[in-house]
Design a protein around this ligand. Structure first.
Ligand code: ASP
Ligand code: MG
Length: 414
């Protein structure tokens, strides 16, 4: 008998029929003798609908009020799931984030969880009840409703699993696990039985949408056993996120390819090459609350250099204006350039630590497809390149093939 936290995403609770299906799965686990805490998202599309509604009333919605509004999506689904369970004869109780005191800081629309009071849930569990908790929401010390950022129900699930010391946290979604890359782009993409926590963290931060990145961070911090599986079919065990440091010899060097079109590139050309220049460019950007991702500075020639960086595409215009109006005159650069039609493609794999030649195979593959690389950044277990967005799908497909992720046998297995 185990304590299991199950989280169901929006598509899994999209209508009464699917909610009943969720209740049936919960019932099956309970019949096996497990204790269950179930976290649900809002019905798919509901959060978007509420945000749109808010914008129609106030173009830039007040963050506190926006949280009050969007948290209603999850409040509806917890009640409906509990009703479905009760209808099946299974005692169940729903709770909002505030009711189980998922205490957060006050950063509305992107709050962080500080603590959770599991007492009430434990009481229900020992009385044989299924506990159903609203994902995505919490409450501040002052009693204000907060939300955890888009996709935040994953984080609720993992945080509850951590607080309760659950044996496993199962994230049920509309795909049956974590894939080598997005199957919509590469039909040959394969489901991974396991992926290491570090790889999952990279995949989530580099554009894989399977799990909210904060949930992965949480799982790492509290060593929560986390599994991603399909809520529509039970044909496999999904993908288990492991904490193994030494993957088996059979493990391919690359586990996955992530990509995103969320970024834009900005360059300052002809910047005087002297101490403090990077600071003088990026400090005002940071002051404007713009997060910078990749950064490249060329070697200086004749006392000047070029400096490029990427930001979220939503911040492109703001950053471009800042560069033109403030930073360029201040630091004496010659020219500002920007490009918001780029994409970032990344290879992720812990096998890179012990294998040379990953970068060169990546660059060779892109070269053979005639794709120009604009920026490169690496870490111990990932290599990212920035390329023209129109080549994104081509690049991902070619790399998936070149690194042997398409088929069973791989030329790059260790
Ligand atoms: N309903 C929220 C969203 O759409 C939270 C979630 O589903 O995880 O972002
Ligand atoms: Mg999600």
């Amino acid at each position: 008998m185990a304590l299991i936290v199950q989280k169901y995403g929006g598509t899994s609770v999209a209508n009464p029929e699917r909610i009943r299906k969720v209740a049936e799965r919960v019932a099956r686990f309970r019949a096996q003798g497990h204790d269950l805490v179930v976290v649900v998202s809002a019905m798919s599309g509901e959060t978007d609908k509420l945000i749109k509604l808010a914008r129609e009333v106030q173009p830039v919605p007040d963050p506190r009020e926006l949280d009050v509004l969007v948290s209603t999506g999850e409040q509806a689904t917890i009640a409906l799931l509990s009703m479905a369970l009760i209808q099946m004869g299974i005692p169940a109780r729903s709770y909002t984030g505030a009711q189980v005191r998922i205490l957060t800081d006050g950063a509305h629309t992107k709050a962080r969880i500080l603590s959770i009071d599991e007492q009430r849930m434990r009481t229900d569990l020992s009385a044989g009840r299924v506990v159903v908790v609203a994902g995505f929401q919490g409450v501040t010390e002052q009693g204000d409703i907060t939300t955890l950022g888009r996709g935040g129900s994953d984080t609720t699930g993992v945080a509850l699993a951590a607080a309760l010391g659950a044996d496993e946290c199962q994230i049920y979604t509309d795909v049956d696990g974590v894939y080598t890359t997005d199957p919509r782009i590469v039909p040959e993409a394969r489901r991974l039985d396991t992926i290491t926590f570090e790889e999952m963290l990279e995949m989530a931060s580099l554009g894989s949408k399977v799990l909210q990145i904060r949930s992965v961070e949480f799982a790492g911090k509290y060593k929560v056993k986390l599994r991603v599986l399909s809520s529509f079919e039970d044909k496999n065990d999904g993908t288990l996120i492991t904490f193994e440091d030494n993957p088996s010899m059979e493990q391919p060097i690359i586990s996955g390819i992530a990509f995103n079109r969320d970024e834009a590139k900005l360059s300052l050309l002809g910047v005087p090459d002297r101490p403090g220049i990077a600071f003088s460019i990026l400090d005002p950007v940071g002051q404007a609350h713009v997060d910078v991702d990749m950064i490249i500075q060329n070697i200086g020639v004749d006392g000047s250099t070029d400096f490029s960086f990427t930001v979220h595409r939503n911040e492109y215009q703001k950053t471009l204006d800042l560069l033109n109006n403030t930073i360029k005159p201040q630091c004496g650069a010659r020219e500002v350039r920007g490009d918001n039609h780029i994409c970032k493609v990344s290879l992720v794999g812990v096998g890179m630590r012990s294998h040379a030649g990953v970068a060169s195979l990546m660059f060779k593959t892109l070269f053979e497809e005639g794709i120009n690389i604009q920026m490169i950044s690496t870490s111990e277990i990932k290599i990212s390149v920035v390329i023209d967005e129109k080549y994104m799908e081509l690049a991902v497909r070619a790399l998936h093939k070149a690194f042997g992720l398409d088929g069973a046998t791989s030329p790059t297995k260790g």
